[in-house]
Design a protein around this ligand. Structure first.
Ligand code: SF4
Length: 280
């Protein structure tokens, strides 16, 4: 069985930067606070916690530790309060997420209602809307029914959204809003990963997506893959793999979500090779 691995699978630039920043901060301070998953991957989080990363629910619990802001952005009110409390902040926010904040504010300053296309409960979307006054979050085209969409609108998109979902929602918005400015803020690593998974899914007999069940972008890669190749599977670790999935495959495509660490990918690829493969 030939194994084809996506060229850009695994950590995106934003996640790599946040994890490296956390490592450097832990070396310097010993203990560093974070208000939720720095990245959506249990292996990565467990390693950081072992090295002194402390999960806090409340800013009151931060104490003398510095607070690391997460890759996908943080609620603006929380950042403001932390500053007021004199907490040292280490900013791990991905620059591409900051750009979305800037675009959203720019659209609002033009007097537009800001429509954020994304998962309502995701940290990134929460972080974007926390900076706005007049906004509306839309997860899918069906949600547009009955929503108060204004005539003058601006659109930004959660960085890891599926392009097809965005296209469908935008078409719906354009039937309601007469003056709409759309800024496609799907980030470049996401766009590239989605393109690669499409190609691999069409070119191979089977597909394996490596990612944590909590990782939205890994699940989206799986959704794209499954829509093109029924023999697609998502796993977090090698124990999740059922060898029978790929028994009749001549070729297998492999990719991984933006929060999957490289050693986890290597581990799984090595295991797949023992099932009968040689890497191409
Ligand atoms: S997925 Fe994109 S926006 Fe999110 S952290 Fe990675 S590079 Fe940044």
């Amino acid at each position: 069985m030939k194994i084809r691995i996506a060229e850009h699978c695994g950590f995106c630039s934003g996640v790599r930067n946040a994890v490296e920043l956390a490592g450097a901060a832990l070396e310097k301070y010993g203990r560093v606070a974070v208000t939720g998953d720095l990245v959506h991957n249990k292996v990565v989080m467990d390693r950081l916690k072992q090295n002194g990363l402390v999960f806090v629910k409340d800013l009151e619990d931060v104490g003398e530790m510095p607070l690391l802001l997460r890759a996908h952005g943080t609620n603006a009110a929380l950042v403001y309060t932390a500053r007021e409390m004199g907490i040292d902040l280490i900013d791990g926010t991905c620059p591409l997420v900051k750009k979305i904040h800037d675009h959203a504010l720019e659209l609002e300053s033009e007097g537009r209602q800001v429509i954020v296309i994304g998962d309502r409960d995701h940290d990134e979307v929460q972080g974007i809307v926390s900076r706005l006054h007049d906004y509306c979050v839309v997860q899918n085209a069906g949600e547009l029914k009955g929503r108060k969409i204004k005539r003058r609108t601006g659109v930004v998109v959660q960085s890891t959204q599926l392009f097809d979902n965005v296209r469908e929602i935008v078409s719906g918005i354009l039937t309601i809003s007469r003056d709409c400015r759309i800024i496609n803020t799907i980030c470049e690593p996401t766009r590239r990963n989605q393109e690669e998974v499409r190609e691999l899914a069409m070119q191979n007999d089977g597909m394996l997506i490596i990612g944590d069940p909590a990782s939205a972008n890994s699940k989206r890669l799986f959704t794209v893959s499954r829509s093109l190749n029924r023999n697609s599977h998502m796993v977090a670790e090698k124990a999740d793999i059922d060898a029978s999935w790929f028994r009749n495959c001549e070729s297998l495509g492999i990719t991984a979500g933006a929060s999957t660490p490289g050693d986890r990918i290597i581990d799984i690829v090595d295991y797949i090779k023992t099932l009968n493969g040689d890497r191409k």
